[in-house]
Design a protein around this ligand. Structure first.
Ligand code: NAP
Ligand code: MG
Length: 501
C-alpha cells in the first residue's frame, strides 16, 4: 500500500528548517559546546527535516547560570502586570505565527493539521493567556494568631507567595508545543526562570517559540532552551544543584530517574507520567455519544496520548453494539501525512515506537485476545500503524495493564451491577491519570467517578481539558497537578513572616 502522497511545505517553514539552530542561553542563540547535532525526521515520510544542537552538561551549566542570574535581576523587579503583559504578547505572537507553528508541529510530530491547529489556537494560546491572568493575582494571607512569645494582639503574621526559583522543564514529543507552553506559562506567571529541554524527536516548535520569546520583552536569561538527549541534557538538568524544581512530562520510567537525580539538592519535582485509562460504558449510556467518544478517546493522536482511553469496559448488554460502532469508526480513519487535507490519522513518532506498539499487538495475539480490526503497520513509508482493537481482553493480560502508547484499544465486557467491583477492575493498573464514565443515571455516573482512582474523571465525555481544570496523576501517573490554581501553586513557595510589635 503506497502512502507516498506529495506534501507542500510553506516557504517560511522551509527557511526556518534550513536555519542553523542553536541553543537559547541568556537570550542569545549559542552553539552547543559538544559541536554535535541531532537529526530530526518527519515521522510520516522518514525524511530528514533539519538538525538541532545536542546540548550537553556544560550547556546546561551555562543555561542554569543564566537562569539563576535572571531570577534576581531585571525580571524580579518587573511588576506583575508587566509579566502578564509579556505573556499576553507572547500569546499574540503565537497567534500571528499560527500557520507556521501548526505546520511545524505536523512535520515534527506527525499529528493531523487540524489537530495541530486546534491544539495551538484552541489550547496553547488560551493556556498562556490563562496563566498570564494569574500573574497579578498572587497573594498570601494575613493570619490572626499570636505566636508563642508575643503578647496577644501585638503581632502580625502574613504570608507571601514567592517564585520557587530556577525551573528545569523536560517535555515529551507527543504534543511538543503545548507542553512547552504548559510549562512556561505558569512558571513565568509565578516569576520563575526556566531551562526548557524539548524531546530529541520534536525540538523544532520550541526553537521557533524561542524566537518569539526574544521579541516578547521577557528579559534575557529568563527562558533558556537547550535541545539535547534525555540521558545527557535531561539528566544534567535533573541533577543540577542550581535548579530548584523540575517539572517533567514523560514516561513513568524516566520520571523515576528524575526523582533519583533530584535527590542531591532535594529539588521540588512535579511529574506528569503515563496512563492506561479506563472508559466505562453503562447500558443506559447515550450510544450516539459514547461510541464516537470512546473511539476518539483511544485513537486521538494515534493513541500517543497519556490520557488515551485504551481500556474499554462495556456492559455485556451493549457490548457488541459498542464494539461494532468503534470498529466502524476505526476503519473509517484516513491514514496519511498530516499536511494532506482529509487525513485524520497520522504516524507514530518513530521506528522504535512503531516496533514497540507492534510488539504489543503480537503480545495481544499471544495472550489470546481477539483481534477485531487493524493489527498491522500501514504504507510503504513512515511509522504508521493501523487503528487496532482487541476484544475479549481480560484484566490479567499485559496488554490490559501496560501503557502501549499507540492506537490499540483493549476491550472487555462486564456483567456486574456492583460499582465497586467494576471500579476495582477499572483501577487494576499501576496508573491513575484519567478515565471516563458513560451513563445517563446521575447516581451511577457520579458514584463511579468517585470510585475511579485517577486525577481526572470525565462523565459522558473523555479527558475534558481546560487550563482551569487541574490535571495530574494518582499512583504511578505522577506527582502534583498542572493547570488551574494548583498548577500555578506548583511554581510558588510560601514565606510566612511574623512581626512582634
Ligand atoms: P520519555 O522517554 O520519558 O521522555 C520525556 C522527556 O524526558 C524527553 O525530553 C526525554 O529526552 C527526557 N529524558 C529521557 N531520559 C531522561 C533522563 N534520564 N533524565 C532526564 N530526562 C530524560 O517519554 P516520551 O517517550 O517522550 O513520552 C511518552 C510518555 O510520556 C508516555 O509514557 C506518556 O504517557 C507520557 N506523557 C504523559 C503526559 C501527562 O501529562 N501525564 C503527557 C504526555 C505524555 P529524549 O527526547 O532525548 O528522550
Ligand atoms: Mg531518548
Amino acid at each position: 500500500m503506497s502512502n507516498n502522497q506529495q506534501i507542500t511545505i510553506s516557504d517560511e517553514v522551509k527557511e526556518f528548517l534550513k536555519s542553523n539552530h542553536k541553543l537559547l542561553i541568556n537570550g542569545e542563540w549559542t552553539p552547543s559546546s559538544s559541536n554535535e547535532k541531532i537529526e530530526v525526521f518527519d515521522p510520516a515520510t522518514e525524511q530528514l527535516l533539519t538538525e538541532v544542537d545536542s546540548g550537553n552538561a556544560a550547556d546546561i551549566d551555562a543555561a542554569v547560570a543564566a537562569a539563576r542570574k535572571a531570577l534576581t535581576g531585571e525580571w524580579s523587579k518587573i511588576t506583575s502586570h508587566d509579566r502578564a503583559r509579556m505573556l499576553d504578547r507572547l500569546a499574540d505572537d503565537i497567534e500571528a505565527n499560527f500557520s507556521a507553528l501548526s505546520e511545524i508541529e505536523v512535520l515534527d510530530n506527525g499529528m493531523p493539521l487540524e489537530l495541530a491547529q486546534y491544539s495551538i489556537a484552541g489550547h496553547g494560546t488560551t493556556l498562556l493567556r490563562y496563566f498570564a491572568s494569574w500573574a497579578n493575582k498572587l497573594h498570601g494571607q494575613t493570619i490572626p494568631v499570636s505566636p508563642a512569645g508575643a503578647i496577644n494582639g501585638e503581632s502580625l503574621t502574613y504570608t507571601r507567595k514567592e517564585p520557587i526559583g530556577v525551573v528545569g522543564a523536560i517535555i515529551p514529543w507527543n504534543s511538543p508545543l503545548i507542553f512547552a507552553i504548559l510549562k512556561l506559562g505558569p512558571a513565568l506567571a509565578a516569576g520563575c526562570t526556566v531551562i526548557l529541554k524539548p524531546a530529541e524527536l520534536t525540538p523544532i516548535s520550541a526553537l521557533f517559540l524561542g524566537h518569539l520569546i526574544q521579541k516578547s520583552g521577557i528579559p534575557k536569561g529568563v527562558v533558556n532552551i537547550v535541545t539535547g538527549y534525555g540521558e545527557t541534557a535531561g539528566q544534567a538538568l535533573s541533577e543540577h544543584p542550581g535548579v530548584d524544581k523540575i517539572t517533567f512530562t514523560g514516561s513513568t520510567e524516566v520520571g523515576k530517574k528524575i526523582v533519583e537525580a533530584s535527590i542531591g539538592n532535594l529539588k521540588k519535582v512535579t511529574l506528569e507520567l503515563g496512563g492506561k485509562n479506563p472508559v466505562v460504558i453503562f447500558p443506559d449510556a447515550d450510544l450516539e455519544k459514547a461510541i464516537p467518544g470512546a473511539a476518539r478517546a483511544c485513537f486521538f493522536l494515534q493513541g500517543q496520548n497519556c490520557m488515551a482511553g485504551t481500556r474499554l469496559f462495556v456492559h455485556e448488554d451493549i457490548y457488541q453494539v459498542v464494539i461494532a460502532g468503534i470498529k466502524e469508526m476505526a476503519e473509517a480513519f484516513t491514514i496519511g501525512h498530516g499536511l494532506i487535507s482529509g487525513n485524520d490519522f497520522g504516524p507514530l513518532i518513530s521506528k522504535t515506537q512503531k516496533e514497540r506498539v507492534m510488539s504489543y499487538i503480537d503480545l495481544g495475539r499471544e495472550e489470546g485476545a481477539e483481534l477485531l480490526t487493524g493489527g498491522n503497520s500501514y504504507g510503504d513509508q513512515g511509522h504508521f500503524v493501523q487503528p487496532t482493537i482487541f476484544s475479549n481482553v481480560n484484566g490479567d493480560m499485559r496488554i490490559a495493564k501496560e501503557e502501549i502508547f499507540g492506537p490499540v484499544l483493549c476491550a472487555q465486557s462486564f456483567s456486574s451491577q456492583d460499582l465497586e467491583q467494576i471500579a476495582s477492575e477499572a483501577n487494576d493498573t499501576p496508573y491513575g491519570l484519567s478515565g471516563s464514565v458513560w451513563s445517563q443515571d446521575i447516581s451511577v455516573a457520579h458514584k463511579m467517578a468517585m470510585l475511579i482512582d485517577a486525577g481526572q474523571v470525565s462523565i459522558n465525555c473523555h479527558a475534558a481539558v481546560d487550563p482551569a481544570i487541574p490535571f495530574g496523576g494518582n499512583k504511578q501517573s505522577g506527582w502534583g497537578r498542572e493547570f488551574g490554581a494548583e498548577g500555578l501553586e506548583a511554581y510558588l513557595k510560601t514565606k510566612a513572616t511574623t512581626v512582634i510589635f
